[in-house]
Design a protein around this ligand. Sequence first.
Ligand SMILES: C[S@@+](CC[C@H](N)C(=O)[O-])C[C@H]1O[C@@H](n2cnc3c(N)ncnc32)[C@H](O)[C@@H]1O
Length: 196
Amino acid sequence: MSKLVPKFYDLIMAPIEKNRFKRVRSGLLSHATGHVLEIGSGTGVNFPLYQNAQSVTAIEPDETMKERSMEKVFNSKVPIEVRLAYAENLPFVENQFDCIVVTLALCTIQDVNHALSEARRVVKPGGQVMFFEHVRLNHSIVGKVQDVLTPFWKKVAGGCHLNRNSLTLIKEAGFEVVEVERMYKGLFLVIKAKNF
Ligand SMILES: C[S@@+](CC[C@H](N)C(=O)[O-])C[C@H]1O[C@@H](n2cnc3c(N)ncnc32)[C@H](O)[C@@H]1O
């Protein structure tokens, strides 16, 4: 990833994070309990918002992103450990976690199917899996615009795909989707799912 993305990520996201995104993240993360795995934790935007987790293990492949999250680790209310790793190859044993959290990261993971099958492997049967993601819109014009923009956007935004059908991919991976909240006309989804 270009060094610019980790450096300016918090700054670029600040206006949108301050209000609605922070509320969404807080609401979602209040349900994250037990031993939690966060995938693609970036600069640790979620870290101050964990209230009820027993512990959080976060994985993040970008060293600069990880470094930038460390201050939030030290100030967090729950124990958090960040490890350098890829979602496609999780360094954990089967059924290790009670809950998995993925926010704005499925869009960026290169082999998303492999990552979701790894998530299923490490979360306990009955465990919760929660996502906050932007997705491809099922709209004849906007969806096509997302397709056209994605090759350029991937280059400037650290590999982010504007046109990922994340909800479909989550279902196809075998998770049971329990609740979907649609925001910004369905461009952003809050998805609560279960492993079974
Ligand atoms: C848009 S940022 C989101 C960061 C954070 N989750 C948030 O909500 O602000 C996407 C993150 O996914 C990470 N990422 C990219 N490829 C990944 C992979 N294969 N496995 C795990 N994380 C990945 C990036 O390094 C980056 O930190």
